[in-house]
Design a protein around this ligand. Structure first.
Ligand code: NAP
Length: 249
């Protein structure tokens, strides 16, 4: 039922939304792989939070934008847990810069970390899921990918790419019962948005939603748990907005 006894990999789970997803999936009964890139200490905090609540988790270091790291992580998961059922492609980064100031290096970095990582992880883990004829992939896109955010053109483009990639992957996954969906969060309270929310634009951003508040990590978690659940078997190729009605505000 739900995600109980499923093995779930959450990428970028050393903090922010990823940490919340890892803890929430474990609370719902999944065995969680906490992927992190830089800080073992922060990843261990996520793992310990899970263990303290009676859950099961292990941390694996991997830069998900590097093929060799993802292959190593896959081998480690298969060696230790023998399967992977749920993949949440959450790892991502943002840089604020007006169009004219974006360098080639910054453009390439965001495409690699935000978009290529999803391509690599899907290519490596879909065959593993296919072995059990069951899988769920949830890609964390963004509202930015739906409206071409003026101060984050590269970020917005990478997130729009995730929405398209999600549709394409859902075609490839269907025959093996792998459902692939995306979530497009609006403004959620994390390290990534702290400066923006506390800055001069913060109030305007919140006023732009119908519900007049920023989202919580739990809002993304609930959407993600639903898409990952084995009680939902008919949603695929979809992007679910978790944005407090920002389009209508
Ligand atoms: P965050 O607090 O900045 O955390 C990002 C996480 O991703 C960190 O754990 C980071 O680890 C990890 N990461 C970055 N690059 C990585 C890589 N190459 N390999 C593995 N892990 C990597 O961000 P967040 O706010 O939680 O956002 C999580 C996701 O939601 C992102 O994809 C973001 O674009 C998306 N999103 C967020 C919001 C929002 O309002 N917060 C809105 C829309 C979409 P390190 O510390 O090691 O770099």
């Amino acid at each position: 039922m739900g995600v109980k006894e499923r093995v779930a990999l959450i990428t970028g789970a050393s903090r922010g939304i990823g940490r919340g997803l890892a803890v929430g999936f474990a609370r719902a009964g999944a065995q969680v792989v906490v992927n992190y890139r830089k800080s073992r200490e922060e990843a261990d905090k996520t793992v310990n939070q899970i263990i303290d609540q009676g859950g099961r988790a292990m941390a694996i270091q991997a830069d998900v934008s590097e093929r060799k790291d993802v292959v190593r992580m896959k081998n480690e998961i298969m060696h230790n847990l023998g399967r992977l059922d749920i993949l949440v492609n959450n790892a991502g980064m943002n840089r604020q810069n007006f169009f004219w100031d974006i360098t080639d290096e910054e453009w390439d970095l965001l495409m690699k970390v935000n978009l290529k990582s999803v391509f690599i992880c899907a290519q490596e883990f879909m065959p593993v899921m296919a072995e059990n004829n069951w899988g769920r992939i949830i890609n964390i896109a963004s509202v930015s990918g739906q409206y071409g955010g003026p101060k984050t053109l590269h970020y917005a483009t990478s997130k729009a790419g995730i929405i398209s990639l999600t549709q394409g992957l859902s075609r490839y996954g269907a025959k093996d019962n792998i459902l692939v969906n995306a979530i497009a969060p609006g403004i959620i309270k994390t390290d990534m948005t702290k400066k923006e929310l506390e800055g001069p634009m913060g109030k305007t951003l919140v006023e732009g939603t119908l519900v007049k508040k920023p989202g919580e990590i739990n809002d993304v978690l609930q959407a993600c748990l639903h898409l990952a659940s084995d009680e939902q078997n008919y949603i695929t190729g979809h992007t679910l907005n978790v944005n407090g009605g920002i389009y209508l505000g």
